[in-house]
Design a protein around this ligand. Structure first.
Ligand SMILES: [Zn+2]
Length: 216
């Protein structure tokens, strides 16, 4: 008796490579993109490919984990870095504009900003940055609330509270809070999308009086 033993099996072929964010390594790594093609086999020997690749996957060069190719479009680390940069720009601009709200800025306000920025961004503000930020804030016609509106969706309530309390601290640094500063702070709370009761609690604790009317 003679049996013709035929069948098929998958063969892998590298069709691309590059760098990606590996979820298993939680860092950027090299990857290989692999295409799987079914091959016709005769006596278990691949003879020819049967049509198009049946699948593609991405393999991490370090941990060898394999992923759907959609992994290549995900990069939470880069997204986090981008958010942090936007957040730190927003926090700085908000505090400097707050300090400028009453038309003048003094050393106590600068000291408060320096301290607040260290609390928020968990790093020191470069002293050379202060002068530049001050000038930039003076020339910037954008309302501070705009900056916060952009970053607020990525922040939790604790982060929002920290930003609001920092802005209040800056406003209080020169010893008094005027109406323009109070209005500004209410706009900030609104832009941060802090729950109203939560924001009012902070204002009460900080001794910031209520204003009843707010521009829509
Ligand atoms: Zn990996």
């Amino acid at each position: 008796m003679f049996f013709l033993v035929w069948g098929s099996r998958g063969r892998n072929k590298e069709i691309g490579a590059g760098e990606f964010y590996c979820p298993d390594c939680d860092d950027h790594r090299g990857y290989k993109k692999i295409a799987v093609t079914r091959w016709f086999t005769l006596y278990w020997i691949p003879i020819f490919p049967m049509g198009k690749p049946v699948g593609e996957y991405v393999e991490c060069g370090t941990c060898k984990s394999t992923f759907n190719e959609r992994v290549l479009s995900m990069d939470p680390k880069a997204a986090a870095e981008k958010f942090e940069a936007a957040f730190s720009i927003a926090a700085k601009r908000v505090m400097f504009k707050m300090a400028l709200a009453d038309g003048e800025i003094d050393q106590s306000e600068i000291d408060t900003i320096t301290q607040a920025f260290a609390n928020i961004a968990k790093r020191e503000i470069d002293p050379a940055d202060i002068a530049a930020e001050l000038e930039a804030a003076k020339d910037d016609p954008r309302p501070v609330a705009d900056y916060l509106r952009e970053v607020a969706p990525g922040m939790n309530d604790t982060g929002k509270e920290l930003v609001l309390r920092s802005a209040i601290a800056v406003a209080k640094a020169d010893g008094h809070i005027d109406d323009s500063e109070i209005a500004e702070m209410h706009d900030l709370a609104f832009a941060l999308d802090l729950p109203k009761a939560y924001a009012n609690g902070i204002f009460m604790e900080e001794g910031v009086t209520q204003i009843t009317k707010r521009a829509a």
